[in-house]
Design a binder for this molecule. Structure first.
Ligand SMILES: C/C(=C\COP(=O)(O)OP(=O)(O)O)CCC[C@H](C)CCC[C@H](C)CCCC(C)C
Length: 325
């Protein structure tokens, strides 16, 4: 390896560490960088996007300083605080499995003492619930909707990762919990911050979350052998790789198409058409990459198709806001 490519590899490993991605630098000794790595910043983005969608669907978001500050505070809640809490807690409860499968992670490698991890979990959780309460007061809520969502979301992430329930062990439940956490819960939070969270928004986003379930299944193909050995009932383990890949794409496409159908019923035909146009490239990438070899092409598929799914969420949110739902 030349000196410049060595330097490049080292830089990329450092960036991966800051973002909490695979292939991170393991030599780093700064406790703050390790704390950030444990919070996996790369995973904050979808939840922060969900807040934006909720704000848009409320139909009540204005480009004024106060609304910008409110939404930024809410993104801080959904991303660094509560997703950060979720990720570090997940690594805490997975430390024994990770010691076998991914021993270079900060907890199994001993880069951070366990008591420091526990302190960080509590700090993030309590700061998150505290900020949720501040947001409720700021929004003038009589009922503390955002605080309740923050507590319920934190509880969901606890039962997702921790025994005895450990929802992640069950393919359907674990993937739906992930789908709803990435689509419905942050959407409700953003919507509640600027408007009234109503049953239509709740049901529609829970329906949309089935597409998120499909996205969550994509991540299970890389670990079929390990999951089988550990008794984890992921969909590829239960149905085999090919059938699970078809279930996965069917969930992603059918539920987005269902949302487009709903937009038509509320006369948002332009936005419904836009949403359908955004599903077409996803189907194309499913055919080009994912269905041909889900194990090899999972990451390539996610990187190519995800942007179309997330823009579809925003299109839907804008349509709902416009229709005053
Ligand atoms: C830890 C999570 C996914 C990773 O799981 P896994 O163990 O399969 O993968 P790796 O170990 O290989 O990384 C995410 C779990 C999400 C959870 C079900 C719920 C999240 C709740 C939100 C953070 C709540 C936000 C509420 C807010 C917007 C008021």
């Amino acid at each position: 390896m030349t000196e410049s490519s060595e330097l490049q590899t080292e830089r990329s490993a450092k960036t991966r560490q800051i973002l909490g991605m695979k292939g991170a630098d393991v030599k780093e000794s700064s406790i703050w960088k390790i704390r950030l790595q444990l919070m996996k910043p790369i995973t904050w983005i979808p939840l922060m996007w969900g807040i934006l969608c909720g704000a848009a669907s409320s139909g009540n978001y204005h480009w004024a300083l106060e609304d910008v500050l409110k939404s930024a505070a809410c993104m801080l809640l959904a991303g660094p605080l509560l997703t950060g809490y979720t990720q570090i807690m997940n690594d805490y409860y997975d430390r024994e499995i990770d010691a076998i499968n991914e021993p270079y992670r900060p907890i199994p490698s001993g880069a951070i003492p366990l008591n420091q991890v526990v302190i960080q979990i509590w700090f993030l959780l309590l700061s998150g619930v505290g900020l949720a309460y501040v947001l409720d007061r700021w929004a003038g809520h009589e009922f503390p909707t955002i605080t309740v969502l923050a507590i319920a979301g934190s509880f969901l992430s606890y039962i997702y990762s921790a025994p005895p329930l450990k929802l992640k062990q069950n393919g359907w439940l674990g993937c739906y919990a992930l789908g709803a956490s990435y689509i419905a819960i942050p959407w409700w939070t953003g919507h509640a911050l600027f408007g009234d969270l109503n049953p239509t928004i709740i049901i529609l986003t829970l329906f949309y979350s089935f597409s998120g379930l499909g996205i969550a299944i994509v991540n299970d193909f890389k670990s079929v052998e390990g999951d089988k050995a550990l008794g984890l009932k992921s969909l590829p383990v239960m149905f085999g790789v090919t059938t699970a890949a078809w279930i996965c794409v069917a969930m992603i496409d059918v539920f987005q198409a269902g949302v487009a159908g709903y937009l038509m019923t509320i006369h948002q035909n332009l936005m419904a058409t836009l949403l359908i146009l955004l599903i077409i490239p996803q189907i194309t990438f499913q055919d080009m990459y994912f269905l041909r070899d889900p194990i090899k092409n999972d990451v390539k598929y996610q990187a190519s198709a995800q942007p179309f799914l997330v823009f579809g969420m925003l299109v839907t949110a804008l349509a709902l806001g416009h229709a005053n739902i």
